[in-house]
Design a binder for this molecule. Structure first.
Ligand code: G3H
Ligand code: 13P
Ligand code: NA
Ligand code: ZN
Length: 328
């Protein structure tokens, strides 16, 4: 059934595991996540970005998730809005039936310009007030996702800030985090620790200076009762990059967030781990391989099937790695 995000995160905290929150845009991705969760007995967070709602359409997103709940009535499932850029957008999602919303007030309403602390508190407070009235959960964000290697916010066409960010913006301050939680009373806090959205996170396997699990520990020590959220947490498996490139792709050398680092973060308060890119890579690799090996085929179902299987495999792996097995 559709359940409250708060309930899922509380359970994860009580039992010391983390829940991957997978971004979904279409039928096959929803099916992949659900069938992986079903196999291992994991609780599910399906999240839709603004881009997903634009791609599929709001009704389709809503009803795809409703269909998932109907097809898997025994799996606790949350429908979460990823990166809302204003209270109005969060209100729209709540009206559409989302049980959980992210108010990303770390950025102004354009979703690109870093905001200031007071703005972030104000918009997050506003969303907490409207969401908690109807029993919905709120994720906020303090700090900006971006690279500690380059100071760059990320890809221009991606989600998140654009341009250069300071070291202070790229690492959430524990004391500010405590103030932020106290002022907003949100349910979950996304933090900046050096991760960024998309495939190009690190130019080499990340070390502590560019991916600060140490900062997770410091934040958790300061606000032990707040559920922490890691964005930009795809691991960018090297074998998926190799597969894509083997079949005509042109991905450049890049590294993601190692699963072992996420597992360490889960020991220190991280309960929701956002993953989109790994599913994209898995599906792209599978489609490229199938198309290259079967140039005569044109039934969409034939190439969507291996793509869906590849997405399912990565979801299943993350559920197991983050400790979700049997927790549903
Ligand atoms: O927040 C970032 C997710 O990867 C969503 O990306 O805006 O392309 O759907 P998207
Ligand atoms: P990735 O691009 O690392 O998968 O991150 C997704 C994310 O943070 C969605 O909010
Ligand atoms: Na942000
Ligand atoms: Zn994100």
């Amino acid at each position: 059934p559709l359940v409250s995000m708060r309930e899922l995160l509380d359970h994860a905290a009580d039992n010391g595991y983390g829940i991957p929150a997978f971004n979904v845009n279409n039928l096959e991705q929803v099916q992949a996540v659900m069938s992986a969760a079903d196999e291992v007995g994991a609780p599910v967070i399906l999240q839709a970005s603004a881009g997903a709602r634009k791609y599929a359409g709001e009704s389709f997103i809503k009803h795809l998730i409703a269909a998932a709940a109907e097809a898997y009535p025994h799996i606790p499932l949350v429908m979460h809005q990823d990166h809302g850029t204003s209270p109005a957008i969060c209100q729209g999602a709540l009206e559409l039936g989302f049980g959980s919303v992210m108010m990303d007030g770390s950025l102004r309403e354009d979703g690109k310009t870093p905001s200031d602390f007071d703005y972030n508190v104000r918009v997050t407070q506003e969303v907490v007030a409207m969401a908690h009235r109807i029993g919905a959960t709120v994720e906020g964000e303090l700090g900006c996702l971006g690279s500690l290697e380059t100071g760059e916010a990320g890809e221009e066409d991606g989600v998140g800030a654009v341009g250069k960010l300071s070291h202070d913006q790229l690492l959430t301050d524990p004391e500010e985090a405590a103030q932020f939680v106290r002022a907003t009373q949100l349910d979950a806090l996304a933090i900046a620790i050096g991760t960024s959205h998309g495939a190009y996170k690190f130019s080499r396997p990340p070390t502590g200076d560019v991916l600060s699990i140490q900062r997770v520990k410091e934040i958790h020590a300061r606000i032990p009762n707040t559920h922490l959220v890691m964005h930009g947490s795809s691991s960018v498996p090297q074998e998926l990059l190799a597969l894509i490139n083997q079949y005509g792709g042109k991905m450049k050398e890049t590294y993601g967030v190692p699963v072992a680092e996420i597992q360490e973060a889960i020991k220190h308060g991280v309960r929701k781990i956002n993953i989109d890119t790994d599913i994209r890579l898995a599906m792209t690799g599978a489609v490229r391989k199938f198309q290259a090996e079967n140039p005569d085929k044109f039934d969409m179902r034939e190439w969507m099937k291996p793509a869906r299987e590849a997405a399912k495999a990565i979801c299943r792996q993350r559920y197991l790695e983050f400790g979700c097995e049997g927790q549903a």
